[in-house]
Write a protein that binds this ligand. Sequence first.
Ligand SMILES: [Zn+2]
Length: 255
Amino acid sequence: MPAQTRLFLCLKDNFGVLLHDTKTGATAAIDAPEAAPVEAVLQATGWRLSDILVTHHHRDHTGGIEELKERYGCRVVAPQAEADGIPEVDETVRENDTIRVGGLEARVLETPGHTAGHITYFFPADKLCFAGDTLFSIGCGRVIEGNNETMWQSLLKLRALPDDTHVFCGHEYTAANVRFAKTIEPDNAALKAREQEVARLIADKKPTIPSLLGDEKAANPFLRADVPEVAAKIGLAGRPAWQVFAEIRERKNKF
Ligand SMILES: [Zn+2]
């Protein structure tokens, strides 16, 4: 596979990630929470930063852009709908656009809900999905600028990607997400398996992502709002999936 990734923590609980094309040497940061950890990984790997692919305008995803752009002259790619709120944007993208990192090709998926213009970068050849704050492992982002129906549609769009897609997200929230998910589906075997895996990874001081989309489909309650047993579990049998999603999201907000 020509694509390599490096994952690292930034700020308090943000993930930084670098995507490297071994054929051309191109390297993209997906979001830039802060510059220093990105630069440390660039130094350790010898990679040259060519691009920053921004998922949404929140400062904990964009705070390092100016410093990195000044140092490396990299191209900054951002969602068209949020370009005004993101520094140093060179190129804007929208639904179904293609964007290249060297020879690696991503398809842009608009996934609004957390923010109104949030996008996800999906690299079909390498089955890599950079979902920002839309989909977390065993969780999803808070619905801040959109509504629950919009967010549910965005999650459905991501759920339609292949099961063997590696999902990268913006935050290390997995352990807390698992604790919450058990309140919705305490008997879900896939969730129990993920709980054990997460405990093992944390004990080894390793990140809990990327996860496989197929595993998320089986264990992440926010991707399961249209599963009849899930609706029944929270007293909403027969209700539209987005309403079930809204109730799960509301419970998580109060958890
Ligand atoms: Zn955010």
